[in-house]
Structures are given as structure tokens and as C-alpha cells.
Design a protein around this ligand. Structure first.
Ligand SMILES: Cc1cc2nc3c(=O)[nH]c(=O)nc-3n(C[C@H](O)[C@H](O)[C@H](O)COP(=O)(O)O)c2cc1C
Length: 318
């Protein structure tokens, strides 16, 4: 998380996440953020929210100070406040509340009368003593409430328009990362990073990957009757970077072995699949290589390297 201290509405404000995202304004968070609030900030940023944390409001001037802050934020933010600060927040939102904020989340036990003056403003109270559904965390309840009350705007792509938007839409599909390899006619190892891997069929056992026509290795893969897919684990991110850069020395310092075909099997990979090339299908600016799996090996206890929205990611186990 990156924090920067801009001033909004005359107050120092810490911020996390992308300023383009819809704002969630935290008020009355414990000094230094307690573990709960810290977890909420992380969950909010991961869910595409821009989180602002306002400094303490000036005593005696809380309502006016908060109203100044809210009018200085360009879009109507969602407000997350503690039950203890509710007495300072409610006066700022009376009557004009729905014009200044999209919704209010109160962390802690708050009597219904406390928020009664905020007619028309959607309110969620996170009562720590109220029975939650089994397995439903406060983070999940907050995120679901925000999705209903302050939904993010979707972006649209239409055939023929802006390929960048289509690329971004496709980037919403989280993938693993592989290094696809083969051996060329001179016996040299060949490999590149690819996330277009997919399983195709169990009987017969078929998998595929897509290779750009622009790849300097296109002909080598076309001429070889085989290839291997190496699925990377979280510790192999540098290898993914190396096999995506144009360099003749991609295999330098990399431990690998061969099985039946000569296609490099990268040591320690999460999984490796050796394949006989079954079919090559021309598809736009890529060729789809379908392989029949002849041998596979996998490591059952490692976490995968992930790729999502153009960045490497790691799996968070619940
Ligand atoms: C995460 C990631 C996934 C990639 N997936 C593919 C892919 O599926 N197919 C492809 O042709 N290139 C893919 N690339 C790009 C190639 O790895 C990169 O262009 C490489 O330099 C091509 O090398 P070459 O020209 O030596 O074949 C990917 C790159 C990254 C970083």
C-alpha cells in the first residue's frame, strides 16, 4: 500500500489505491490504524476503491470541517466511520447527506436513533456483537454493501473501437504464467513466457497455447514436432521476466532437463507438460498450438505465479 499526504478541504489526508477509483473516506479510524481497519483498507483497494483517511476533525467545528472535506472530494464518497465518531459525522450529513455521500458504514455498535436524522442515506452498521453469517467476514459485508450502494462504472468495448479497451477487458481474466519451450533443429533450447495456456481435452489429453506471429521463435515452434509447457510458481517471477525479454541468453543460469522430446523441462516448476504437437490453427495475429500431452509432472504444495490486469500477483488463501 502506498500512502501520500495530500490536503483536501483543509485537512491532511492519507490515501491508498488509485485516485481514479471511487472514494471511500475513513473517519475516526484508530490512531495508527488497528488490524481490522488495516485489513479493510487493503480489501477496499483490492476491490478497486480509493481510500482516504482524514485527520482528526477540529473539535467544535466537526460538522463544517467534514462538509468542507466532502465538497472538496470530486465524486460523492462512501463514508466509513467508527461508532464513536458518529456524533460528529451525523450533523454534517443531515438533510444534505445523500448529496454529499453515497452511503455510510458505521463500524461498531450504534443505536438506530443515532442515524435516524440521515433519512435517504443508505447505512450499514457493522455491529461486532450481531451474529454474522458463518464464514462472512466484515470485509465481505462492506464490499457487498458498496457494490450495491456505490457501484463502480463499467467500461465498454465495441467491435472496431479502441483495441486498448479490449486488452484491458481481457486482462480481467486472471491467469497463471508459463514458459513454453521447444528444441530447435540445431539442438538449441527455445522458450518464451506465455499466459495463453489452457487445458482443452482429457481424452485425448490436449492442451494449447497461443504464439504471436511476431515471435522470433515462430518458425522454430512450427518446425518442431513437440513443445513443453512449464507452469511457474511464485518464486519463478524473475524467470517469467527473463523469458519475456528479447535476449539470446534466456536459459543462462536456468536449471533444466529433457524428457523424451528434447523440449526443456524447467527444474522446480509448479507443473510441466511435455507434448507432441497435435494441430496448429491460424487465428488472427496468433497461431494456436494444440499439443497432446505425453508426460506431465507437478508439485502439489507450491503457490502459483499469477498474472492479472498486466501485473504479477500472488494467491491469497482465505
Ligand atoms: C505474462 C506474460 C504473458 C505472455 N503471454 C504470451 C503469449 O501467450 N503468447 C505470446 O506469443 N507472447 C506472450 N508474451 C510475450 C512474450 O513472452 C514476449 O513477447 C517474448 O519476448 C517473445 O519472445 P520471442 O520473440 O523470442 O518469441 C507474454 C509476456 C508476458 C510477460
Amino acid at each position: 500500500m502506498i500512502a501520500s499526504p495530500p490536503r483536501i478541504g483543509g485537512l491532511d489526508v492519507q490515501s491508498w489505491g488509485d485516485p481514479q477509483d471511487p472514494v471511500v473516506l475513513l473517519i475516526g479510524a484508530p490512531q495508527g490504524l488497528s488490524p481490522d481497519w488495516r485489513r479493510w483498507v487493503r480489501a477496499l483497494v483490492e476491490a478497486g476503491r480509493h481510500v482516504l483517511l482524514a485527520d482528526a476533525l477540529e473539535a467544535g467545528d466537526e460538522a463544517a470541517g467534514l462538509r468542507r472535506l466532502l465538497t472538496d472530494i470530486s465524486s460523492r464518497p462512501a463514508i466509513l466511520c467508527s461508532a464513536q465518531t458518529l456524533a460528529a459525522v451525523v450533523p454534517a450529513l443531515v438533510v444534505t447527506g445523500p448529496a454529499l455521500a453515497s452511503c455510510l458504514i458505521v463500524a461498531g455498535e450504534a443505536p438506530v436513533e443515532a442515524t435516524a436524522p440521515l433519512d435517504g442515506l443508505p447505512i450499514l452498521t457493522l455491529d461486532p456483537d450481531a451474529p454474522a453469517d458463518p464464514g462472512e467476514t466484515a470485509d465481505a459485508v462492506i464490499l457487498a454493501f458498496l457494490e450495491r450502494q456505490a457501484p463502480r462504472e463499467a467500461l465498454y468495448y465495441q467491435a472496431g473501437s479502441d483495441p486498448r479497451t479490449l486488452r484491458d477487458a481481457l486482462g480481467c481474466f486472471a491467469t497463471g504464467v508459463t514458459v513454453v519451450t521447444t528444441q530447435d533443429e540445431a539442438g538449441q533450447p527455445v522458450g518464451l513466457t506465455a499466459n495463453s495456456f489452457s487445458s482443452v481435452s482429457l481424452d485425448p489429453p490436449l492442451i494449447l497455447f497461443c504464439l504471436a506471429r511476431s515471435s522470433s521463435n515462430l518458425e522454430r515452434f512450427q518446425r518442431a514436432a513437440h513443445f513443453a509447457i512449464n507452469v511457474l510458481h511464485i518464486g519463478q517471477q524473475p524467470m517469467s521476466g527473463a523469458f519475456a525479454r528479447s535476449s539470446a541468453e534466456r536459459f543462462d543460469g536456468v536449471a533444466w532437463e529433457t524428457w523424451d522430446t528434447g523440449a526443456p523441462i524447467l527444474s522446480g516448476s509448479l507443473a510441466s507438460f511435455e507434448c507432441a504437437t497435435h494441430q496448429v490453427v491460424e487465428a488472427g495475429d496468433h497461431l494456436v498450438f494444440i499439443g497432446r500431452v505425453t508426460r506431465a509432472r507437478f508439485e502439489p504444495r507450491r503457490a502459483p505465479l499469477l498474472y492479472f490486469r498486466g501485473r504479477y500477483r500472488r494467491l491469497h488463501f482465505a
